[in-house]
Design a protein around this ligand. Structure first.
Ligand code: ADP
Ligand code: MG
Length: 394
């Protein structure tokens, strides 16, 4: 049910070992980058708001060396799925089949090519402890680990913000996923014992310390993913734009609760509720950052529960399973060591994130796993993390 986290160092050693087994020599370079979970700030990125992600202690690690023979391409082995692939270094690097896992990698190589940086041929092997497709951004971990590898191979180090933007573009252009900036930013800029407050308008970042060993982050994967019918995401983006237009502001970042209340009569009731979530969430996110920074756990918890309620009732992107996981956590409550809990990610399935007391974490995990199974008939996957490290060279 809950699986163990192995340290980055151990994971690096294991990757080197597997590289040795596969290619018959030790790797020359090893780079790593983490997955992430968003603590608060949901559906705020495309409204110029704040997000507050944390790097998790789950990483994608890549080991590499020059090919032994005359190969002029990039050869890549994924030890997790036992798949191998290679692609030529033509300019630009060609796209792979749609949805193929090498597209994330190819896009990053292409981004460096555009900056005049050529890696030359490589043999690589990767290992990852980030769940694939589980909403914890294995895609950004893969992109940022690849970019970090290329930096060390070529000696061409990018500014971390530029590196994150290069990786975002790889995901847009090569993987066909029009994602925001959060995942690549936290994977590239994260730091151990810190969370990252990111202003999606200015791209300004602030590392916020969270170094109280008495508090940890519990991630519960509901293991459901509901198909979105009726273009739920695009529709919500439109509703946000409509609310901003009625309020006469460039985006909902520029509005506040009073402005929205004054315009209530001019707005469709659904549009009003969508805007109420976004405006509230943009306010809650820096407030939660300050609460976590100062160890004001009751405030941090209250803001997380408020975020969940707004996503459920106003933004309507939760689902029965996410609600169940949050309700169970809330019922365990303060007395049982739960500080706060909410759905995280786009919604309609995926994960919840909770702040919990370290001393109670085993107990809480067991209780949530059991109660969730009882209420939904589904087995959840749970794991605990402290704020992990951002991209590194091992
Ligand atoms: P998430 O980013 O939440 O994990 P995505 O759908 O955005 O989900 O990305 C998952 C995809 O990224 C996988 O299906 C696979 O194609 C690719 N991927 C990411 N990490 C790896 C890895 N370590 N090995 C193979 N494929 C990977
Ligand atoms: Mg992803």
């Amino acid at each position: 049910m809950s699986d163990q986290t192995i340290s980055l160092q151990q994971l690096g050693d294991e990757t080197a070992k597997q590289f040795q087994l596969r290619y018959g020599r030790a790797p020359r370079w090893i780079a790593a980058a983490p997955g992430r979970v968003n603590i608060i700030g949901e559906h705020t990125d495309y409204n110029d708001g704040f997000v507050f992600p944390m790097a998790i202690e789950r990483y994608t690690v890549i080991a590499a060396d020059r090919p032994a023979g005359a190969s002029q391409q990039i050869t890549w082995h994924c030890a997790r799925t036992n798949q191998s692939a290679s692609f030529p270094l033509s300019k630009p690097v060609p796209k792979g089949e749609p949805k193929h896992w090498t597209n994330y990698i190819r896009g990053v190589f292409a981004g460096f090519q555009q900056r005049g940086v050529d890696t030359g041929p490589l043999d690589a092997l990767m290992l990852s402890t980030v769940p694939l497709g589980g909403g914890l951004s294995s895609s950004a971990a893969l992109e940022v680990a690849t970019a970090t590898l290329i930096e060390t191979v070529t000696g061409h180090k990018l500014d971390p913000v530029e590196k994150a933007l290069l990786c975002q573009k790889a995901e847009h252009d090569y993987a066909g996923m029009p994602c925001g900036i959060m995942d690549q930013f936290i994977s590239a800029l994260g730091r151990k014992d810190h969370l990252l407050l990111l202003d999606c308008r200015s791209r300004k970042t602030e590392l916020v310390p969270m170094n109280d060993p008495a508090v940890e982050v519990l991630i519960v994967n509901t293991n459901v993913k509901h198909e979105l019918t009726g273009g739920g995401y695009a529709q919500r983006r439109k509703q946000c734009e409509e609310a901003a237009r009625i309020l006469g502001v460039p985006s909902l970042r520029d509005a506040d609760a009073a402005m929205l209340e004054n315009a209530r009569a001019k707005m469709d009731a659904t549009v009003f509720r969508r805007a109420r979530h976004v405006i509230g969430e943009i306010e809650r996110t820096p407030a939660a950052a300050r609460a976590i920074q100062t160890g004001d756990w009751p405030t941090a918890g209250r803001l997380m529960y408020a975020s969940h309620a707004a996503l459920r009732d106003d933004y309507e992107v939760s689902c029965a399973e996410l609600d169940a996981a949050v309700e169970i956590a809330q019922e365990i409550g303060d007395a049982g060591g739960v500080i706060g809990s909410r759905m995280t990610g786009g919604g309609f399935g995926g994960c919840t994130v909770s702040l919990v007391k370290t001393a109670s974490v085993a107990d809480i995990s067991r209780k949530i796993g059991e109660a969730y199974r009882k209420r939904t008939g589904i087995e959840a996957t749970l794991f605990v993390s402290r704020p992990g490290a951002g991209a590194t060279i091992l």
